[in-house]
Design a protein around this ligand. Sequence first.
Ligand SMILES: NC(=O)c1ccc[n+]([C@@H]2O[C@H](COP(=O)([O-])OP(=O)(O)OC[C@H]3O[C@@H](n4cnc5c(N)ncnc54)[C@H](OP(=O)(O)O)[C@@H]3O)[C@@H](O)[C@H]2O)c1
Length: 428
Amino acid sequence: MTALRLGIAGLGTVGAGVLRTLEQNSAMITARCGRAIQVVAVSARDKNKARNFDIKNLQWVDDPLALAGMPNVDVVVELMGGDSPARQLVETGLRNGKAVITANKALIAGHGMMLTQLAEAKQVVFAFEAAVVGGIPVIKTIREALAANKISEIQGILNGTCNYILTQMRLRQMSFQAALQEAQTRGYAEADPLFDINGTDAAHKLAILAALAFGTQLDLNAVSAEGISGITPDDIIFAEELGFRIKLLSVARHHEYGLEQRVSPCLIPLLSPLASVENEYNAIQIQGDAIGHLMLVGRGAGAEATASAVLADIMDIAAGRHALPFNVAVSALQKCLPPAAEKSRSSFYLRLVVSDQPGVVADIATILRDHKISIESLLQRGRAMAAGVPVVITTHETMASAMQQAAAKIVKLPVVLEPPCVLRIENN
Ligand SMILES: NC(=O)c1ccc[n+]([C@@H]2O[C@H](COP(=O)([O-])OP(=O)(O)OC[C@H]3O[C@@H](n4cnc5c(N)ncnc54)[C@H](OP(=O)(O)O)[C@@H]3O)[C@@H](O)[C@H]2O)c1
């Protein structure tokens, strides 16, 4: 059988991982696909950049878009990231009837429906396993292995940078800034880490998983995202004292009244399996009616781990295995209906820094009572903070909107010295 011929755009972390793994495991990959996989052309920004692999036998094209028009390219592999020219390359490749593989979560989260429809119209493969938590095969698991399940919930730690930062803050009582700096030095965070730490990156991944798991149209606007920059080492200590660990948790949950999709720092029980997923590791917990609870854990990023997912997609094409990206045609996906605001309920952790004077707790309790929020526990310490003392309250389940309104009133009390930290407690 003739070889499957690839044109790869992007020779950075992931592109290099793909080339190296393909070379190292070439005989095994050929045997498993029943045909060879051959890279015929590559493109990146700088032809002369030093790379730790040899590209002299590969055709170099300056313009990555050219790959989509080359008659000797069967599969366009987009590993550049960003919007332009990645979007044009993927779109042109599909329009030209080529199979397209990408690891670009932002592209799929923003344009996944349009691109998938285009692939359907052209009857070509479009696959993006590596776009969601790199090396963990979660797309295949949901789409294929769990295809017979009605999925009711996905919970995950979908961003390794945040998980690394929160782990180091806990283990070494580091500040958020110091832990972020260390994550950057170790290569776990981008030079501009904004999308990691503000929850956007996890929201991209969650939107893709939710569409696949719940058969709904991918809608990034339906995902609420909140980051971890407001978490202090004290919050982490208080949470542990209360029997919880703080994680940036991504949750997609099916309710009869709508699909809840959110990314936010949450307290999760110390004994929950996700609590033990530390450092740069990612994890996804899936609840299906037939399988029950299933958890996948692994490396959500990194050259070889992500290459593993890219190559799995390529090998499917080589072996003639075709799956619809979202399991059903885009026209069969249901509209994504977010729950009404009043349906959003949770118990909460509220940490305040207040002046150390009598009556403070009573003032706070009055505001909570006025918003029908009942207190479950209260921790008040003479812990020496720079100014003021911390008060930590956990609540029974209440409306999220009531908690927000109460927090907005509490922050206006003259005795409250800083904006409160309000986190959901996720007991499920
Ligand atoms: N890194 C991970 O662990 C990981 C995990 C999962 C998914 N992803 C996704 O994989 C994709 C690639 O990520 P990466 O970490 O490999 O990125 P990267 O290391 O920054 O590499 C990007 C590559 O694309 C090339 N490139 C960028 N802009 C280009 C342009 N305008 N024209 C031509 N080439 C261009 C760069 O060329 P030069 O080399 O010449 O600069 C470089 O080779 C992204 O979508 C990312 O979200 C990454």
